[in-house]
Design a protein around this ligand. Structure first.
Ligand SMILES: *Cc1c(COP(=O)(O)O)cnc(C)c1O
Length: 393
């Protein structure tokens, strides 16, 4: 054993003792809403494949077609010779769908947030103030940390608090940036985009919205909630890895913003462009999404049904109003135990623990797919009811 392995082993034991150890496991993606582990099929309530697009024949076909026509790799970064015609066309298609002047592709949502915020803050100058929802995604915090700014955190979705923080610093120099998510990944609640847009405008702040869980699912044409405050959102980013079914991410905004990122964003400049297979999948998803109103309606119905039933079982679902339904348990050990028991009954619903969520708010994060049937959801609810009964007995 290498001398450093003792250090790593100790680190892992500490995590284990606190019920916070994480492990990767292999699952086969069987069908939308279903997974296989070994020979066993499980109902999957933890994937972000909300519309089942990861297995959509048109997306698969176009990914294959792009590989055959353009090869396996992009061969270089965007600024060298990695920008292909499909790449440019997707960015134009995306900007039209988002209702913005321009859009830029990124390798992943995590990378976009981690790299775009430092670039923006570099352009805005040292005295810029960054207001961040305290439950914002790790990648947004990463971006702020990489920029070396001290975040001004507001209470989750509390725009009165945000306003009071903005007002308290109104006399200070520097640009303001407000950073939040339109749909929160672990809570399934939404921010009030129109009110946020008006607030940003009033304080002259740059509004940065993460649409990871809204893209494909909510808002005009299913392309996110930023469209609810036209002209007031300066940047919206999202990922193609969730409802869009494949991989990669985007930033949408003005031409000047996108051109500036091409010049200032390290995570855009110094990385290889997305490979053709991924571009094909993204292109097909952008064609499919506007026509998936029926799937979006089914997803919403599934979520309403599940939320009411989970609440009837006595579990808090917070302010969820989307396809993400947290069943709050509190203690991390209990959340883990409940998740394991459900899995033994053939249901996958991941326990989410700190630091992903605040201490004492560990939960099962139930993520629905439009492909889940009422029977699937009832099976989950039945298993959950049984386990809670054992618990309370
Ligand atoms: C998943 C997620 C990301 C990261 O996107 P990837 O493309 O998976 O890297 C960023 N922000 C939020 C809110 C997310 O949930």
């Amino acid at each position: 054993m290498h001398v450093f392995d003792a250090l790593f082993e100790q680190f892992l034991r500490d995590a284990e003792l606190r019920s916070l150890r994480r492990e990767t496991r292999a699952f086969d993606h069987a069908a939308p809403g279903r997974s296989r582990e070994g020979g066993r099929e499980l109902l999957n309530f933890c994937s972000n494949d909300y519309l089942g697009l990861s297995l959509h024949p048109e997306i698969i076909a176009r990914a294959c077609d792009y590989v055959r026509r353009h090869g396996a790799g992009a061969t270089a970064s965007r600024l060298v010779c990695g920008t292909s015609m499909p790449c440019m066309q997707i960015e134009e298609k995306l900007a039209r769908a988002k209702g913005t002047e321009a859009a830029l592709l990124f390798s992943s949502g995590w990378q976009a947030n981690a790299a775009v915020l430092p670039a923006l803050l570099h352009i805005m100058g040292k005295d810029a103030q960054v207001y961040v929802d305290r439950l914002a995604h790790a990648s947004l915090h990463q971006g702020c940390n990489a920029a070396g700014v001290r975040q001004i955190r507001f209470h989750h979705n509390d725009l009165n608090h945000l306003e009071s923080l903005l007002r308290a610093r109104a006399g200070q120099p520097g640009h303001r940036i407000i950073v939040t998510e339109t749909v929160f990944s672990m809570d399934g609640d939404r921010c009030d985009v129109p009110r946020l847009g008006a607030l940003a405008e009033r304080f002259g702040a740059f509004l940065y919205l993460d649409e990871a869980h809204a893209t494909g699912v909510l808002g005009p044409g299913g392309m996110g909630l930023a469209g609810l405050a036209p002209g007031q959102v300066h940047l919206s980013m999202g990922t193609f890895s969730k409802a869009m079914g494949s991989f990669g991410a985007y930033v949408a905004g003005s031409r000047a913003l996108c051109d500036s990122l091409i010049n200032a964003c390290s995570g855009f400049i110094y990385t290889t462009a997305l490979p053709p297979a991924v571009l094909g999948a993204i292109d097909a998803a952008l064609d499919l999404i506007p026509c998936m109103q029926a799937e979006r309606a089914a997803l919403e119905e599934n979520a309403d049904y599940l939320r009411n039933a989970v609440r009837a079982l006595g579990l808090d679902t917070g302010d969820s109003s989307t396809q993400i339904v947290p069943a709050l348990v509190g203690d991390e050990r209990r959340a883990l135990e409940l998740s394991r028991r459900l899995e033994a009954r053939g249901m996958l619903a991941t326990a989410i623990r700190p630091p992903t969520v605040p201490r004492g708010t560990s939960r099962l994060r139930i993520a629905l797919s439009a492909a889940h049937t009422r029977d699937d959801i009832d099976a989950l609810l039945g298993a959950l009811a049984d386990e809670l009964e054992v618990w309370h007995a």
